[in-house]
Design a protein around this ligand. Structure first.
Ligand code: KIV
Ligand code: ZN
Length: 407
């Protein structure tokens, strides 16, 4: 009976992989709750993780890297809170290629349906990791990979394997690791650029080599994971998508180890805005993005930089007169997409020394403040005289209008 069950599971699993590959869809795997939370200062309580997981589910992510059960009891508690509550995405738990980690993941995910739970195994494969961290030969590393995947297969239908530091691993050995992993039953192979050293061109070369040199690649999904040490994580993720990556691992606001990970919201919007180039579908509801960015910033305490794409407070704000005039005539003149496309609050015309008469007159009208053209011109002249960096709020605007009338 056990055998029949595992055969059925294998057939279902293969059909799901074939379906995803044939659809050509980009599947978003979010790792905010694992790699993101690993960032110094970003620690989350289990209830906060659940809140973010539910927001990610509402946004439409395919899977959630929910935590690292063997590393902390808080991760186990958080994952257990998600089990049975977060129903859409597959929940995966991170494990070293060690049986006790896989057992810890199985306990944490107990109760989630088989097709909605998985393990994400990782093992260093680069010379640096083999020689210094693991002190293992290539042959030993291959055996560790095969043994741990076979072990994980007993308890999980979804088994991902990532060669840690893949981007600094010899390509031939990297492909050997993937072949071994797939033969042992992995359903997804990961490509992590662990220390964020790649460029889009080198990423493309790696992804092409994996497709060319791993003979059984058709049987699995390829998941990519880029760190942002050179500020290229999003660009590299897009290059991997262009060359056939199936799953992209990202974090909200790009939080994560060191310089962080590829930002989910940026990858999504780059795909949405360039559908003609990528021709790949995805399931994320873009109108959920800005609120998701705010929620993650609020709960992790990691503030969003003002200029950060999608979530930054400046991305729909302008003080420049020419831009304000254009935006008032048609918002598309100076925006790549409207705020409502990402669920943001709206365009903000900041009144300051760079502003022109159009924006100031517009605000006076919005506030129902009767004024002549001469009044508006006078207010503009006053604003231009303010010290640098002064932002004119409504109270100050009313004062300036009053001053010009009294003059
Ligand atoms: O960056 C990395 O290599 C990781 C692994 C655990 C997949 O996060
Ligand atoms: Zn990582």
């Amino acid at each position: 009976l056990q055998n029949v069950r595992s055969q059925i599971r294998g057939t279902v699993r293969d059909a799901v992989i074939r379906h995803h590959k044939r659809s050509g869809a980009v599947l978003f795997s979010d790792t905010t709750l694992r790699d993101g939370e690993q960032m110094p200062g970003a620690t989350l309580e289990p209830d906060e993780k659940l809140e973010i997981a539910l927001a990610l589910e509402a946004a439409g992510v395919h899977s959630l890297d929910a935590g690292f059960p063997a590393s902390s009891e808080a991760d186990v508690v958080a994952i257990q809170k998600m089990v049975g509550v977060v129903k859409g995405p597959v929940l995966t738990a991170l494990c070293r290629t060690v049986n006790s980690d896989i057992d810890a993941a199985a306990r944490a995910l107990d109760g989630n349906p088989m097709r909605k739970r998985g393990v994400s195994l990782f093992c260093g494969t680069s010379p640096l990791h083999r020689d210094h961290k693991l002190q293992k030969s290539k042959t030993e590393v291959l055996k560790i990979i095969a043994d741990s995947i076979s072990y994980a297969n007993n308890a999980f239908q979804i088994v991902a394997f990532s060669p840690e530091d893949a981007s600094r691993t010899e390509v031939d050995f990297l492909c050997e690791c993937y072949k071994e992993a797939i033969d042992a039953g992995a359903t997804t192979i990961g490509f992590p650029d662990t220390v964020g050293i790649l460029t889009p061109e080198k990423t493309a070369d790696f992804i092409k080599a994996i497709h060319d040199r791993v003979p059984n690649i058709d049987k699995v999904l390829l998941a990519v994971h880029f760190h942002n040490d050179l500020g290229l994580a999003v660009a590299n993720t897009l290059a991997a998508i262009q060359h056939g990556g199936n799953v992209v691992q990202c974090t909200v606001n790009g939080i994560g180890e060191r310089a962080g990970n590829a930002a989910l919201e940026e990858v999504v919007m780059a795909l949405a805005m360039n559908a003609d180039q990528y021709k790949r579908s995805f399931r994320i509801d873009t109108t959920k993005l800005a609120p998701l960015c705010q929620l993650v910033a609020e709960l992790t305490g990691i503030a969003i930089p003002k200029m950060k794409p999608i979530g930054g407070s400046n991305v729909f704000a302008t003080e420049a007169g020419i831009h304000q005039d254009g935006l008032l005539k048609n918002p598309d003149t100076y925006l790549p997409f409207r705020p409502e496309a990402v669920g943001a609050d709206g365009i903000q015309l900041v009144l300051g020394r760079h502003s022109g008469g159009k924006a100031i007159a517009h605000r006076l009208r919005q506030l129902n403040l009767p004024h002549t053209e001469a009044d508006a011109a006078h207010v503009v002249a006053q604003i231009k005289r303010q010290p640098k960096g002064t932002v004119i709020d409504d109270t100050r605007l009313i004062e300036l209008l009053k001053e010009c009338r009294d003059a």
